[in-house]
Ligand binder design. Sequence first.
Ligand code: ZN
Ligand code: ZN
Length: 341
Amino acid sequence: MPVIEFSDKGLYCRAGGFYIDPWRPVEKAVITHAHSDHARWGSQWYLCHHFTKPILQVRLGQNNYQSIEWNEPVYINGVRVTLHPAGHIIGSSQIRVEYEGEVWVVSGDYKLENDGLSGVFEPVKCHTFITESTFGLPIYNWKPQEEIFTGIQAWITKNKGEGKTSILIAYSLGKAQRLLPCIAAITDKILVHGAVYNVHQALVNAGWDLPNVERVTQDTPKEDLKRAVVIAPSSAQGTTWLRKFAPYAIGICSGWMQVRGNTRRKNADAGFALSDHADWNGLLAAIKATEAEKVFVTHGFQHAFSRYLNEQGIAAAEVKTEYGGEEEMAAEQGLPDEETS
Ligand SMILES: [Zn+2]
Ligand SMILES: [Zn+2]
């Protein structure tokens, strides 16, 4: 009996009677991170990292949550479960499941670069590793965060010089928080869309020391919007909400911006290939470090990526899941939507 099975409700540990990131309501759900495709509504009990809990409370409401520290074991029907930093967003964790000497690790979403916020990705040795593959093609090779930040700062400064407001399109959970120190280093006022604000407040209330932001409302003085820096989710693009900032320039922060032409295709003025996922080399390095005998590849370029692993002598198979939707859509599908509140 495999430690984890692939069921129509999600990744299932039969011995423990729990699911990992289930996409249907279940009795017991162990959650890798608070992105909406991995943490869904309706389960009776959620186990997650301490940092994930306040975000789940905002996104899913009050539920039966149990939160733990990284490396703090919990036994569920005799199955040993621990969480380990995944480096993807605040609280994001890999889930290590051990039963009768057999160890499986579910990566959730992950990245290897230390972004200063999400915890440092921890390689965990296992027999079987279940990996994401969002950017599992060799064309995806990220520049260091510092270099991308320098580019964003130069772009903001240039826009200011031209009398324009800089609109940075970024996911409300993860990318938006990651951008704050970069922007705060060159300006003392950061404006945000309501969706970004809601996540920000949840984190500040939970004790996170993040640079100050101001929510854009009807009452925000027009003078404040001029030459400002604004963080908004992709759903704000192409809406009348943006009009109040004119003249403005739009910069999209997403791994998909590595592909030539995507900036223009998305009607943006600039694209910054800043991702919360591992790039091609990152995925390969992470998989090697697990020393796993078997790798299952989920959401992303699972076909191409698992084929490549097999060619390299790493036994791999692709698995269909219902993950994908934050940054995880194929480039041609465009950037996913978020609530416009
Ligand atoms: Zn995610
Ligand atoms: Zn994912």
